[in-house]
Design a protein around this ligand. Structure first.
Ligand SMILES: [Cu+2]
Length: 869
């Protein structure tokens, strides 16, 4: 049986439209990410050109003040969120599994979810333009400009929701990459030997996991401020609170953006100089240092606020200090060039360009990191110029990547001459655009007018902007034409490139490798025998594929002879030769049930079932999320928005049920390097990493509460803002209920060990009932507080009454939502336990338990903070 006939579970060929809606393959998702990100680049670029037209001469009126504010804000948000990181995610999706010798990411369906959530979050952003105006408070979204008072249009709210959806996509991606990279590396591939690009992605997703969770806290609060009228950022100290939350995310974001570019630059420098990165070990160490330090520098964005000078000085030191590891990386790249023999290809030129831009951006950044100079430069075009040298420097590295891997992804070569033309226009255009802005630094930032004396500088900048924009026409033309007519390439057109993606055909076959990749012999080779494990599962490999030896080392080794043996012309499709396995049943949290035994018919040549996880549901769920968020954005105005919310909610429910009940099969790796998580299953590591980001999310909420309470007077809080009726007792009851429920989860594990079906069902049901009891008790308490009627609170104590009520309801509400999610998981698990699941393999209960205990522990923090202190 061939591919498309396999009952809707396997991948249709790439020429089929359906393929792109159901695919979960990392290479397909990588291509989808890349193309979508380029679309948002064009959108953000057009907005930027509108701004440059407006700034052609002082006093111009191409855009109104309001339209200019929207253009500036949307340009910034689209480029920072929807273009640059997703562009890097595209490469990461395509290449990381290839570079580390994995078949796919650890959770392929989650990967598809991540892409669709990203796409629909972007479409939600675009929808905001048609809701009476989009967000217009700048990309940093400073309070109080981000509040409904100053931004009453629905579009402003929609953008906040779009960002929340975007962060959902990022978090799913981060969890997936971390699990994959820690657990699915080829045998013998040590963590420290990861290729430079993969290493940069590893550090990027670590930073993303924590930084974006902080932004999520800020955005959830902001959304609540728009939708329910809570008082955080409009309260005493609220403006400063926003900047803390935002920049705790925002500064690491600079490195999140720049790291993948750095990884690509390192790869390109190695390939096109034929020289391993000089001081590779120190290079990697410097990256790790930067990743850690990036979280302790955020306050340099707040030098002009009332924070005392000692703290400012401390943050000046950490900020300027971060340039030291960067110096090391820059010198290492420069020495690599000096020691090697350079080939000036397009990817190399873009890498070198990125390095030059980054050096300028870095040096001008040190000026801003110094407290005294920041007083001078803040809010001026110095910042605009510096920021673009760094961020677009990062984008430049990514454009090196698109030329570098274009032959790998398409099997065809781009036109080298046109590539160089693109680079020349791009580099000249960029510098014409931004260098004059350092000179015209006295221009106020984010303002659509400026002093006449600066006109000529701005005109040069505008010309540069159009040259830069036009350079992309060359790129799109080049890549598009080459797709059809470019010279066909073998597996490795660059000769000196040494990472594993270059030893397989271009484009690589669906299953990536002709066998199990292994580095145990010191260089990459493929085992041709399927690995049989005790339970008889094997890897998914067509019979008779040759044992090949790519003859390469993992990274940075000198030239390797291109291997011919591994070339296999199958591009994709048509390689799976048997029907779809029926897989296990159930949710991702149930890998235990998807055992080969349950998989039944779908035996591969190796004797086990093959991976089977194509799915339409990720698309459905994310489309439903799009409708729901769009409805919620205008829910206060009712009417059509109310209907949209209902339809979206309904479709979400259908989508999640469909997603959870679909059968799929993802094999756990049998032979893989798994340091330091050898004994941990994929699902467990995924849960851990997710909870790590959840810790930061709650940290953001609890931190906000503490911050606002201090700002409003710690003691006064209870005397002035909280009614007498707010007593400890309901909170205490809830503490006992949750502790008891955690104990019940432990009992269900014990019951599973004793093989007692009834015991498992009973204890899970008790957990569920205790959780429901918790929610009822909380509901009664809230109901009571809503309707207190005292002199101080004649209208009750509801979400919008004051800062204390806002923090109380929102923080405990977030916790309550976590309880609800846990109860939904239980509703899925209890019937399955009734049918006898979890007795052989209780890992699902264990993963649920991790989540449930976490929710419990959070409550142990909330209870004293909100009820006792
Ligand atoms: Cu910063």
């Amino acid at each position: 049986m061939s591919h498309g006939e396999a009952g809707g579970h396997d991948f249709p060929p790439t020429s089929s439209v359906k393929r792109w809606f159901v695919t979960t393959n990392h290479k397909d998702i990588g291509i989808l990410y890349t193309i979508t990100a380029l679309f948002f680049l064009v959108l953000g670029g057009v907005l930027a050109m509108l701004m440059r037209v407006q700034l052609w001469s002082p006093g111009a009126s191409v855009l109104s003040a309001g339209a200019y504010n929207q253009a500036v804000s949307a340009h910034g948000l689209l480029m920072v969120f929807w273009f640059i990181s997703p562009f890097a995610f595209g490469f990461a999706n395509y290449l990381v599994p290839l570079q580390i010798g994995a078949d796919d990411l650890a959770f392929p369906r989650l990967n598809a979810m991540s892409y669709w959530a990203y796409l629909f979050s972007g479409l939600l952003f675009i929808a905001s333009f048609f809701q009476g105006g989009t967000f217009d408070g700048g990309w940093t979204m400073y309070a109080p400009l981000n509040l409904p008072t100053y931004m009453p249009n629905i579009g402003g709210t929609t953008v906040v929701l779009a960002l929340i959806m975007f962060i959902a996509a990022v978090t799913m991606g981060s969890v997936n990459f971390l699990t994959t990279m820690y657990r699915m590396r080829a045998e013998g591939l040590r963590m420290r030997d990861l290729p430079m690009f993969s290493m940069s992605i590893l550090l990027m997703v670590w930073m993303m996991l924590f930084a974006f969770a902080a932004l999520l806290a800020a955005l959830m609060i902001l959304a609540a401020e728009h939708l329910f009228g809570v008082t955080y950022f409009s309260a005493e100290g609220g403006t400063l609170l926003w900047t803390h939350l935002f920049w705790f995310f925002g500064h690491p974001e600079v490195y999140i953006v720049f790291f993948p570019a750095l990884g690509i630059m390192a790869e390109c420098f190695q390939t096109f100089t034929g020289q391993r990165i000089v001081g590779r070990k120190w290079f990697v160490l410097a990256m790790v240092l930067v990743a850690l330090q990036s979280f302790v520098v955020w306050m340099h964005h707040m030098f002009l606020t009332g924070i005392n000078l000692e703290i400012k000085t401390l943050f000046m030191i950490t900020t300027i200090g971060i340039s030291l590891p960067f110096d090391l990386m820059v010198f290492s790249l420069i020495y690599t060039m000096i020691k090697g023999r350079i080939r000036f290809t397009t990817p190399f030129l873009f890498s070198l360009g990125a390095l030059i831009l980054f050096i300028v951006g870095g040096i001008t950044g040190v000026f801003l990191g110094a407290v005294v100079l920041d007083y001078e430069f803040r809010g001026t075009y110095w910042v605009v110029a510096h920021f673009h040298y760094v961020m677009v420097g990062g984008a430049t590295g990514l454009f090196a990547g698109i030329y570098y891997w274009f032959p790998k992804m398409t099997g065809r070569m781009y036109d080298e001459f046109l590539g160089k033309v693109h680079f020349a226009l791009y580099f000249v255009g960029f510098n014409l655009l931004y260098f004059p802005l350092f000179v015209a630094w006295e221009t106020p930032r984010r303002v659509f007018d400026y002093a006449p004396g600066l006109t000529s500088w701005h005109q040069v900048a505008s010309i540069g902007g159009f040259v830069l924009g036009a350079s992309f026409l060359v790129m799109f033309y080049n890549l598009f034409v080459s797709l059809a007519t470019g010279e066909e390439v073998g597996e490795n057109p660059w000769e000196y490139s040494t990472t594993a993606e270059w030893v397989v055909s271009s484009p690589p076959p669906l299953e990536n490798f002709p066998g199990k990749p292994s580095y145990s012999g010191g260089k990459l080779s493929f085992r041709d025998e399927p690995e049989l494990t005790a339970d008889g599962s094997g890897d998914d490999e067509p019979a008779g594929s040759p044992s090949t030896d790519g003859g390469t080392t993992t990274d940075g080794g000198l030239a390797s002879e291109a291997s011919e043996t591994s070339s296999d012309p199958r591009s994709d499709g048509g390689v799976r030769t048997e029907g779809a396995a029926t897989g296990g049943t159930g949710l991702v949290s149930d890998p235990g049930t998807a055992t080969p035994a349950a998989a039944g018919t779908g035996t591969a040549h190796g004797g086990g079932p093959h991976a089977d996880h194509a799915s339409f549901w990720p698309f459905v769920v994310c489309f439903a999320g799009f409708l729901t968020f769009l409805g919620v954005s205008g829910i206060q105005s009712g009417g059509a928005y109310l209907g949209l919310t209902a339809v979206g909610g309904l479709l979400s429910a259908v989508g999640f049920v469909g997603f959870a009940s679909e059968s799929f099969y993802v094999p756990e790796p049998t032979v893989a390097e798994q340091w330091p998580f050898g004994g941990v299953e994929n699902m467990k590591l995924g849960m851990w990493t997710f909870l790590a980001s959840d810790v930061v999310l709650f940290g953001g909420f609890i931190g906000s509460y503490l911050f606002l309470r201090v700002a409003n007077g710690w003691i006064h809080w209870h005397h002035e803002f909280v009614p007498e009726a707010h007593v400890t007792f309901p909170g205490l009851v809830n503490t006992y209920l949750l502790l008891a429920s955690s104990f019940a989860v432990v009992l269900s594990l014990v019951a599973a060990h004793r093989n007692s079906r009834r015991g498992v069902v009973a204890s899970l049901s008790v957990t569920w009932l205790l959780g429901v009891g918790f929610l009822i008790n909380k509901g009664l308490e809230w109901q009571h507080l809503f309707h207190v009627s005292t002199d101080a609170f004649p209208n009750g104590w509801n979400v919008g009454t004051n800062v204390a009520s806002s923090t109380f309801y929102l923080t405990t509400g977030l916790h309550g939502a976590h309880v609800v999610v846990g109860l939904i998981m239980l509703l899925y698990m209890i019937p399955r336990a009734w049918r006898g699941a979890y007795l052989d393999d209780d890992s699902s209960i264990e993963y649920f338990g991790l989540y449930w205990h976490f929710v419990d522990i959070v409550w142990l923090f909330l209870f004293p903070l909100f009820y006792i202190l």
